[in-house]
Write a new protein. Structure first.
Length: 205
């Protein structure tokens, strides 16, 4: 299937952060909030143990051929310590603020002691992002998280070592622009940002 440039850039970022896990035979990877499976189908091509969860049964019906299950909004239907990594891509701004910590705690429960967690969100400090989100029907009730808010949320849920960065500072239309975007990752310019928990790293600011 064809992949648009935005998804390509996400895949490059995910590979740079989680490539070691995705390439390890037997790894179990969760796409939390997988929607219609656009990202999940590419993760599945990299990792046989990739599967997705989403609250929307209608969205899951579009993920034919992919390993998915419905999330009840409270408990992840997986055993404790059973995942090697989890991804949540542009999901948490759709979750009510009062429920975010509980869901993060659930993600922590299902990750094994060496498991990694990556959360990608829209950057509320980017004017273009706010303009796009403000005109998107799907994001009508979204509450965007700043990088600082995301880091504090993750740390409050017990994810003590957080690295973070930005991307989409420039449109990822060519390889040269993609490389330029990577060089700007530490600056708060990107349209999106990420927070990553991994037990092997030290906190970065």
């Amino acid at each position: 299937a064809s992949v648009d440039n935005a998804l390509k850039s996400k895949l490059v970022l995910i590979d740079s952060l989680l490539g070691d896990v995705l390439s390890t035979p037997g790894s179990r990877v969760l796409d939390f909030g997988c929607g219609t499976g656009l990202l999940l189908q590419h993760l599945g091509g990299l990792c046989a143990g990739a599967f997705g969860l989403d609250v929307s049964l209608q969205s899951l019906k579009a993920t034919r051929g992919l390993r998915t299950a419905q999330f009840d909004g409270k408990q992840i239907p997986l055993a404790s310590n059973s995942l090697d990594c989890a991804l949540a891509v542009c999901v948490f701004h759709h979750i009510t603020e009062s429920k975010r910590a509980d869901i993060l705690a659930e993600l922590g429960r299902v990750l094994n002691p060496q498991g990694k967690l990556v959360i990608i969100e829209h950057n509320p400090f980017n004017p273009l992002t706010r303009w796009v989100v403000g005109r998107c029907e799907f994001d009508r009730h979204a509450e965007l998280l700043s990088p600082g808010q995301l880091q504090r949320l993750m740390m409050s849920a017990g994810f003590s070592t957080i690295s973070r960065g930005h991307f989409f500072a420039v449109p990822p239309w060519t390889k040269w622009l993609s490389r330029a975007d990577a060089m700007l990752a530490r600056l708060p310019l990107g349209a999106q940002h990420y927070g990553m928990y991994t037990p092997a790293t030290q906190t970065e600011y």
